[in-house]
Design a protein around this ligand. Structure first.
Ligand code: IVH
Length: 680
């Protein structure tokens, strides 16, 4: 028996509410209540009901989120209240915040000793501004900013954005008769990367950056395509309001938004005075690269709406808000040349020499291009104008070339056929992206890199053996292998460029001192392909003796936990080279000795099952060594301090973890204290 129209209408209403609730839990709170299959079942039931009873269809139905009609053009819409822009403090230092606070205080006529002004500080999302109009809680119109007076109606596309409620939730106060919400449509970096990967796979054109992708998607004429684009949204302000007694504070407006199910970013903060703004700018700046989406700065707003009204506007900009930018993370520059570098394992890496450009807070002159395929894929020519990106502390990269600006004399990059350092053949195996010089340690460039690696901090840690000196030692034929380092004398070293008697004496001492080491560091120092620090430790713990390791065949090697066929093959191949075995014997003859590992790896009573957190820099142990010792003694190392933590091991420049430990009354150990607890 089929349902009566009234029953169908009631059921449709119920389904819509449930679906929007699950949608909110899933997309806004990131905390789904039901499995996807349950959502899909409810969704299909509603689709079927609406198909049978077309009269039930409504614009706020979740079924409308998949898009529909294809438009000929976007319709212009006049904003009821203009969408303003905001003044930008270009000064990237603290003074940007201080200048703004000074201006606000002056315009409010505050005395020198008046209390600090309260602000809301928010992220400045790098997307596109949008105005969402809700009438009696239902989304009726979404418009782009346009010129600020007139934008474009993009309602059909905005309905497909899952984080945007089609109907406001009644969790807090009932939504007002009219509520215009202003905010930013954006795309996360991972969604952007996935979208571009899909575009590439389909042979479609790539988007330039997340902001352009978001803007392109929102102005789509076909909302079914928009529905497949992973867009997001954060609310940050209001347009026209009807039937709502606004809260006193801007922060209260944002909290009310959140209560209605609108996404509001959690990194907003209420801060006090210029210092509060400076701290916020710095705090967010430190985390900028780790955020899941791009921001180009932060926004400060006077928190009191009464003070906002008092401050008013100057031309088209509010006096109560300012954007404080960070240095741009992308800039354009020119590729002056593409050179190749030879790495420790012979890998030949193309490197772009760039016209110096200030990006992400530093001047960039070089950027790795990784390998030949990468140069081809990005279609980078010598002479091209390119976009360079440096986000956070990551190394600068060439994002793309601008072929439309390519000069006639631009040249394509050719991988050299012979090694630029030693003239030996360059080979690229079929299944490898990397081309390599085939000469091994006979190639001076590889020998230099091998020596630098041998001396590096996590290997034998020879202080003062840097690139300039290694270059000279190899070029003058004074050092061929790491073993030759131990034969160096003060007079021989003092004769090098940029070396005095003093530096030479220090270096000879540093080389002598590195003889006392651990087997794990030594294995790592050898620079065996595919053997990083942690594999070196596993090998040391398993074989406990360098000759046992040298004699091990593929099968024995694969018995080591975490050692698979590739690593085993690299290790076996390394020791199969008589040249490598000879170097090791020379090193042992030069007096390299290994600290016994037996005692330090014994389980310590009272440590088993205890949880440790490491913070800051310890005087002699690296973080990994400390972790290894704790684990060997039966303890566990975790990343964050909680009531369950037994010990916090704190070194120099320990930060918030130490503070937390003190708050929770957890025992804090220094390195000596750790050794005592571990019985070593
Ligand atoms: S407030 C009258 N807050 O920055 C003040 N704008 O305004 C209106 N933007 O294109 C802007 N994040 O879309 C404000 N947390 C935020 C923002 C923000 C990004 C954008 C906005 C506009 C531009 C300049």
């Amino acid at each position: 028996m089929s349902a009566t129209p009234a029953q169908a209408a009631a059921r449709a209403q119920e389904l819509r509410e449930q679906l929007e609730h699950h949608n909110y839990r899933y997309y806004v709170l990131d905390a789904p209540e039901v499995p996807d299959a349950e959502y899909d079942r409810l969704f299909r039931e509603l689709q079927a009901l609406e198909a049978e009873n077309p009269a039930l269809l409504s614009a706020d139905s979740p079924t409308q989120r998949v898009g529909g009609r294809v438009l000929d053009a976007l319709t212009p819409v006049k904003h009821r209240l203009p969408m303003l822009s905001i003044q930008t403090e270009t000064d990237i230092e603290d003074s940007g915040a201080v200048n703004f606070d000074n201006r606000v205080r002056k315009e409010l006529g505050l005395a020198q000793d008046a209390p600090p002004v309260e602000y809301t500080a928010e992220l400045k999302f790098d997307g596109l501004a949008i105005n969402l109009r809700y009438e009696r809680g239902v989304l009726v119109l979404a418009a782009t900013r346009g010129d600020g007076e007139t934008g474009e109606d993009v309602t059909a596309n905005v309905r497909t954005i899952r984080v945007i409620p089609l109907r406001l939730r009644g969790a807090g106060a009932a939504p007002p008769a009219v509520l215009e919400v202003r905010g930013e449509i954006y795309m996360t970096r991972s969604d952007f990367a996935a979208l571009n990967a899909a575009q590439a796979a389909a042979g479609e054109k790539l988007f330039v950056n997340p902001r352009n992708a978001a803007a392109g998607c929102i102005r789509q004429l076909d909302s079914r395509i928009a529905a497949r684009r992973p867009l997001s949204f954060f609310a940050y302000g209001t347009g026209e309001i009807g039937g709502w007694n606004l809260p006193d504070l801007h922060s209260g407006v944002l909290d009310a938004f959140a209560g209605w199910g609108l996404p509001v970013n959690d990194d907003r903060a209420v801060v006090s005075g210029a210092q509060g703004l400076v701290d916020y700018h710095r705090r967010i700046g430190d985390r900028r690269g780790a955020l899941p989406f791009d921001i180009d700065g932060v926004v400060y707003k006077v928190n009191s709406l009464a003070l906002q009204r008092q401050l008013g506007f100057r031309s088209r900009e509010p006096r109560w808000a300012v954007a404080h930018k960070y240095p741009a993370q992308e800039e354009m520059t020119e590729v002056l040349d593409i050179e190749v570098q030879v790495g420790r394992t012979g890998a030949i890496t193309p490197v772009a020499r760039l016209k110096p450009v200030f990006v992400g807070g530093v001047t960039v002159t070089n950027a790795t291009l990784h390998n030949e395929d990468e140069v081809r894929r990005k279609d980078i020519h010598i002479g091209d104008t390119v976009v360079v990106r440096r986000a956070g502390d990551v190394i600068p990269e060439v994002v793309r070339a601008l072929p439309e600006r390519r000069p006639a004399e631009a040249r394509a990059f050719e991988m050299p056929l012979v090694c630029p350092s030693c003239g030996s053949a360059v080979r690229r195996d079929e299944d490898e992206a990397v081309a390599r010089c085939t000469a091994g340690l006979y190639c001076p460039a590889q020998r230099k890199q091998a020596l630098l690696h041998f001396a590096s901090r996590r290997a034998l840690d020879i202080d003062g053996l840097g690139e300039k000196i290694v270059d000279q030692l190899v070029d003058n034929g004074m050092v061929g292998t790491p073993a030759d380092l131990f034969a160096l004398t003060v007079p021989a070293l003092a004769a090098l460029e940029r070396m005095g008697e003093k530096a030479a004496t220090n270096l000879v001492q540093a080389i002598a001192a590195c003889r006392d080491t651990t087997l794990a560091r030594f294995i790592f120092a050898l620079g065996i392909r595919n053997v990083g620090e942690s594999t070196a430790r596993d090998l040391a713990a398993h074989f406990r003796d360098i000759h046992a390791l040298m004699a091990a065949d593929d099968m024995r090697l694969q018995q080591v936990p975490d050692v698979g066929p590739i690593v085993a093959q690299s290790v076996a191949a390394f020791f199969a080279e008589s040249h490598n075995r000879a170097v090791i014997e020379h090193l042992l003859q030069a007096g390299i000795t290994f600290a016994p590992i037996a005692e330090s790896l014994a389980p310590a009573p009272g440590v088993a099952g205890k949880t440790f957190v490491l913070t800051g820099t310890l005087p002699t142990l690296t973080r990994d060594e400390a972790k290894l010792r704790i684990e060997a003694a039966g303890g566990k190392v975790t990343g964050s301090v909680s009531k369950k933590t037994h010990y916090v091991v704190a070194g120099e420049e320990a930060g918030s973890k130490l503070v937390k430990a003190r708050e929770l009354g957890i025992e804090v150990l220094d390195e000596t204290g750790l050794a005592r607890v571990l019985n070593t």
